[in-house]
Every structure is written in structure tokens, then in C-alpha cells.
Design a protein. Structure first.
Length: 230
């Protein structure tokens, strides 16, 4: 049975890393003494060790040890044997590239379908849908495919922002970009606002966090989704 948290962000304004999710994360990993952190999304400027240490500092509060996936000689084997996995944010193109290069994507998908507790934030959430094509990130590297885990039936647009009616900016809004995606693709898209997340248990998906989300489907007007079943 699938057991996931798919969150828009790791940190909300005025808060510390993952603090707003501490109760949910504690419940998700309640049977875990050790989890694997996937640091692949972070571009240059911060090492995988340094990024893993940020995650480890938070999980120490709930008595869970964290090891970075980069520390394993055989990442695919490590994922198959993992008791829990957290994938952090950064650049989704880089994350997908590294997951494919290290042959981790398929083992991770299979493990999630077998019940592996999984937490994703930002880029780590973008890879939960059928494809990563609705990320906000720049294509700094070219992954072998845009196909991702497909453990939920929606693509994610993390950090979703509504148009600002007072802004003089004339560029495309997030809504415009997602509508462009739907001129070529049929996958539904959920725009997750900051501080919101999807709780996935089996085939049940629930929007949590006290915010609405934006649902986009090809050929239909966007809909606001209230907290609750999706």
C-alpha cells in the first residue's frame, strides 16, 4: 500500500526546515529508525554531504538516523533495502538525471508500491507524478526521459503562485504555463501552494495543510480544491 507525503516545500516563511510537517513526518516514518535521503536535486554550491546533514539535523529531533543515498556503492540495492526515503528539493531536471544515471527510479517506484514510506518536497514531489514536465525549474541538464515515478495520477506544480492582480509583470503566469502543457499533454496537474501537501495512503489522496490547491485538466476550467479528498 502506497504511503507518501507529497509536499510543495520543505520550509515555509518564518519556519525552519520541515518544521511545519513534523507531526506528519513522525507518523509517516513511525516504524523507521533509519531512512535514506536522496540529495541529487541540489546543484553545485552545496555538496551532497552538506545537504544530507541538513536533513539529518531535522530527523535527529524525531530519533531517526539519515544516510545520504550518495554514500552507498550500489544506490539501487540501497533503495530496495530502505525502510524509508526522503527526496529533497532543488532542480528537478538534475534530480531525474541522477535517478536515471544511478538506476534508482524503477527500484524506488517498485518499493513505493510495496509500501515504502516516502517523503518528497519540491523537486522530490515533482517526481511523484507521471512526468516532471510541470516543474518550474530550468533544464540545466538533460535527463534520459521526462517520465518519473507515476505513483500518483497527477503531475505536480510545486510552489504554485496565483497571478498578482496588482503586478505590472507581463510574463506568463503559472496558470498560463500549465495550460500550455495541456495543449500537448493530458495528464492532470495539481498546483500545490506553499504549506500544503498531499497525503497518499493506498489509492486515497488527501490535500492537507489548510490551503486550497489548483486542479488543471485538459479542456476544462481550473478548479479550486479544498482540503480533503482529491
Amino acid at each position: 500500500m502506497k504511503n507518501l507525503i507529497v509536499a510543495s516545500t520543505s520550509t515555509i516563511h518564518g519556519g525552519s526546515y520541515l518544521e511545519y510537517l513534523i507531526d506528519e513526518v513522525t507518523l509517516l516514518f513511525k516504524d523507521c529508525k533509519k531512512i535514506i535521503f536522496i540529495p541529487y536535486a541540489r546543484p553545485g554550491g552545496m555538496s551532497h554531504d552538506a545537504y544530507t546533514e541538513i536533513a539529518a539535523k531535522f530527523f535527529k529531533k524525531i530519533h531517526i538516523k539519515v544516510t545520504g543515498l550518495h554514500a552507498y556503492d550500489n544506490p539501487a540495492k540501497a533503495i530496495k533495502e530502505a525502510k524509508g526515503v526522503f527526496t529533497g528539493g532543488g532542480n528537478t531536471f538534475l534530480l531525474a538525471h541522477m535517478l536515471y544515471r544511478n538506476e534508482v527510479l524503477q527500484p524506488l517506484r517498485e518499493s513505493i508500491y510495496k509500501g515504502l514510506p516516502y517523503l518528497g518536497t519540491s523537486a522530490g514531489s515533482n517526481i511523484c507524478g507521471p512526468s516532471m514536465q510541470t516543474t518550474n525549474d530550468m533544464p540545466i541538464v538533460y535527463p534520459p526521459s521526462f517520465k518519473t515515478l507515476g505513483v500518483i495520477p497527477y503531475n505536480i506544480n510545486a510552489h504554485y503562485l496565483d497571478p498578482d492582480p496588482s503586478s505590472k509583470h507581463m510574463g506568463e503566469t503559472r496558470e498560463t504555463r500549465i495550460k500550455e502543457f495541456h495543449t500537448q499533454n493530458t495528464i492532470p496537474v495539481i498546483g500545490l501552494r506553499e504549506g500544503s501537501w498531499l497525503r497518499v495512503i493506498g489509492d486515497e489522496i488527501t490535500l492537507k495543510g489548510g490551503h486550497t490547491a489548483r486542479m488543471f485538466e485538459q479542456g476544462k476550467l481550473p478548479l479550486e480544491i479544498a482540503s480533503g479528498p482529491v
